[in-house]
Design a protein around this ligand. Sequence first.
Ligand code: UDP
Ligand code: MG
Length: 322
Amino acid sequence: MSHLTVVVPAYNEGESLREFHARLVAVLDQLDLASDVLYVDDGSGDDTYAVMESLRAGDARVATLKLSRNFGKELALTAGLDHVDADAVVVIDADLQDPPELIPEFVRWWREGYDVVYGTRSTRAGESRLKKFTSAAFYRVMERLSSTPVPRDTGDFRLLSRRAIDALKRLRESQRFMKGLFAWLGYRQKAVVYERDARFAGSSKFNYWRLWNFALEGITSFSGAPLKVATYVGVFTALLAFVFALFVLGKALIYGDAVRGYPTLMLVVLFLGGVQLMALGMIGEYLGRLYMEVKQRPLYLIDEHHAAGSLDPSHPGDATAR
Ligand code: UDP
Ligand code: MG
C-alpha cells in the first residue's frame, strides 16, 4: 500500500493545532492509503511544541520535528520535506486556511499520474483589499520577469509525488522561494481550485514588511532582471552623455570657450560617468551568471526516458508505485 505523509509547518499555532489535527485525521481516515503527519515546530514561542507532543502521545501516526529557532516557513517546510520518505507528501498550513478536506482530491489527481497537485484560491476570506491588490501585483511582476511560471493565487498547499520530492531535495539554495521552486520542478502539475477560509485562530505571521521581503526574494531568486537594470541605465546614460558632450563641444567650437575649462571638464565627467555605469552593468551581468551557478540547481529534470528496444508498455514516471 502506498504511503502519504502530511507535512505541517507551524509557528505559534498552539491555539489551532488540536482542531487542525482533528479535522485532518477525519480526512486521512477516509483515504485508502497508509498515512501519517509530520508537524514541524518552527521555533514557536508559545505551547505549539507541547501540543504537538501531546498529539503524538495520543496518535501513533504523528511525528514531530522541532527546529532550534524560528527559521521562517520556507525553511521549516524544507526541513519537513527532508524528513519524509513516503510515496507522496501533502504540505498544508496549520491555521486551517487550507481545508484538509481537499486532500482526497489531491490524492485522486496524483493517482491519475500528476506529480504536483496544488490548491489555487478562488477567494481569500479574511484578507484585506490591500493584501489582495499587492498579491495580484506581485504575481503580475513575477510573470513578466521570471522564466519560471509561478501559478497565481497559489500557496504552499499541495501534494508532491515521490520524484517531485526527490527533485526538490536537489535544490539546496539557501534563499528559498518555495512556490518558485515547486514551479521550477515542472513535471505534470495540476491546479485544484478552492475557497480559502479565514484563519481559525491567531493572526498571520506575514506582515507587509515580511511580505515585501518575500516578494523581493521571489523576484531575485527567479530572475536576473534587477541586475540588468544597471546595464540598461548605464548604456542609456552613456548615450545621453555622448550626445550632450557633442553639444557642449559644438557650442565651444562655434561660440568659443566662455567659461574657461567648462567644455573639457564636462566632456570628461560625462564620458567617465557613462563608462563607469556600463562597466557596472557588465559586472552585474557576470554577477548574475555567478549567482545562477552558485545555486547549483540541477540543470534539468527528466520526465520519461525510454531506452531503445524496451517494448514493455511501461507506465510513465513512478505511477506504478501508487
Ligand atoms: N509559519 C512557519 N514559520 C513562520 C511563519 C509561519 O512555520 O515563520 C507557518 C504558520 O504556522 C502557518 C503557515 O506557515 O502554518 C502559514 O503562515 P500564515 O498563516 O501566518 O501565513 P498566511 O496564511 O497569512 O500567508
Ligand atoms: Mg494562514
